[in-house]
Ligand binder design. Structure first.
Ligand code: ADP
Ligand code: MG
Length: 156
């Protein structure tokens, strides 16, 4: 299962319920390298926050993951990993990421999860992983992962 989730997600994984997306995110969280950024692209309601909730569960983060639209970002301390959850929806494209002071909160082992990454392109680096979520009917969603070129991770 562990590495297989990366293969499934890079090939494009369809989920048919919120729970299936949570489960996929939990499996992904186990193999996602520490101290890395995950950019989640997709329309409103596609499941970006849901996916981040699943990862948070896997990392021993207690309590609800709130949608940080008005607060820009929230930080969570987990037993396995620390999560910074940024929702860039309200940022002006071209905003200097340094102004956000996010780096001060990247406490190893960290994950920075970004919704609406296209609003903060300067925060994205060649090491950033990318997940695209597409709404597709009532409950089905297609999750498509793009890994950076040089991860050293083999899918099989
Ligand atoms: P976003 O952060 O992309 O705006 P959310 O994760 O906040 O989206 O919301 C996704 C909504 O879609 C939730 O209400 C969730 O219950 C619903 N939903 C239905 N089917 C799925 C699915 N397969 N995966 C994820 N969410 C789903
Ligand atoms: Mg959201």
């Amino acid at each position: 299962m562990a590495m297989n989730i990366l293969k499934q997600l890079t090939e494009g994984l369809t989920t048919y319920s919120e729970d299936e997306t949570l489960a996929a995110a939990q499996a992904f969280a186990e193999v996602f390298p520490v101290d890395h950024t995950l950019a989640l692209e997709g329309d409103l309601g596609a499941g970006k926050t849901t996916f981040i909730k699943g990862m948070a569960q896997a990392w021993g983060i207690e309590g609800p993951i709130l949608s940080p639209t008005y607060n820009l970002y929230f930080t969570y301390q987990g037993t396995k990993r620390n999560l910074v959850h940024l929702d860039a929806y309200r940022l002006q494209t071209g905003q200097d990421p340094e102004d956000l002071l996010i780096e001060d909160f990247l406490d190893p082992p960290w994950c920075l999860a970004i919704e609406w990454p296209e609003h903060i392109p300067k925060l994205l680096t060649p090491k950033t992983w990318n997940m695209k979520l597409k709404g597709n009917g009532d409950k089905s969603r297609v999750l498509q992962l793009q890994m950076p070129k040089k991860t050293g991770i083999k899918l099989e």
